[in-house]
Ligand binder design. Sequence first.
Ligand SMILES: NC(=O)c1ccc[n+]([C@@H]2O[C@H](COP(=O)([O-])OP(=O)(O)OC[C@H]3O[C@@H](n4cnc5c(N)ncnc54)[C@H](O)[C@@H]3O)[C@@H](O)[C@H]2O)c1
Length: 256
Amino acid sequence: MTGTTPTLPVFSLAGRTAIVTGGAQGIGEAIVAALRDSGARVFICDINPDVGKATAERLGVDFIAADVTDSAAVEAAFDHVVATAGRIDIAVNNAGIVHNHPSESLTDHDWRKVLAVNLDGVFHCCRAAGSRMLAQGGGSIVNTGSMSGHISNFPQPQAAYNAAKAGVIHLTKSLAGEWAGRGVRVNSVSPGYVGTELTQRGMDNEEWRRAWLAGTPMKRVATPAEIAPAVVFLASDAASFCTGTDLVVDGGYTIW
Ligand SMILES: NC(=O)c1ccc[n+]([C@@H]2O[C@H](COP(=O)([O-])OP(=O)(O)OC[C@H]3O[C@@H](n4cnc5c(N)ncnc54)[C@H](O)[C@@H]3O)[C@@H](O)[C@H]2O)c1
């Protein structure tokens, strides 16, 4: 066979409108590019306007500044998408942070900060997306979980992150159950280690890097572009019978 393989129509996102939180860089940026390449009109929503605007300009998409911990700002961001594009079909709730600190001396502030972004923020975005999608008769929500929602990472301490990601996976199932009969699907993608700013500190640490690669059967970290197609799948009609599922993309980390 010669030539390129055309995209199966069921994977096409033509005519769909999408929002990606944490879309300024890293995994979110790759998701923005993949959704755009699949035909969607995409809005990046990020707390960092400098990087976010530059990425949006480079990718030819729109940018909205919002902190996902601020539910009023999240509502305003979704209002902006609907006012501009007329509807919201896909919400990728991907913004996240990590904090590595031993739990015996983790402060209330640091615990709360991680939970506020990684769990409260995902709920704020799911609620904003779900209410609008239910009103318009359908939509697809994809949350970024993590293999850390299934296993506890080694050797770095990150209990708040792991607990928040387990929460994201179960929140996803809970919302999927509430909305399954009304046209709104809710799924998550759980990456293993991916080369981004979030993991740079760990990759620069010889002990952590060795442990991470030793624990990954494929013996490497992923590129952000290797995570994005899983999101396109769940966002698209190709996943029309998937709801409440968590798609693990981890190079095999969780099989051992
Ligand atoms: N990199 C990995 O190995 C890995 C593995 C599993 C899961 N994840 C998850 O993938 C997601 C993206 O991570 P990444 O590796 O691309 O990280 P990253 O640090 O490169 O990007 C995170 C983005 O989120 C934005 N952001 C942070 N706090 C925000 C807030 N309060 N409101 C709005 N935007 C905010 C940042 O500005 C940034 O653009 C996160 O949820 C992370 O937990 C990452």
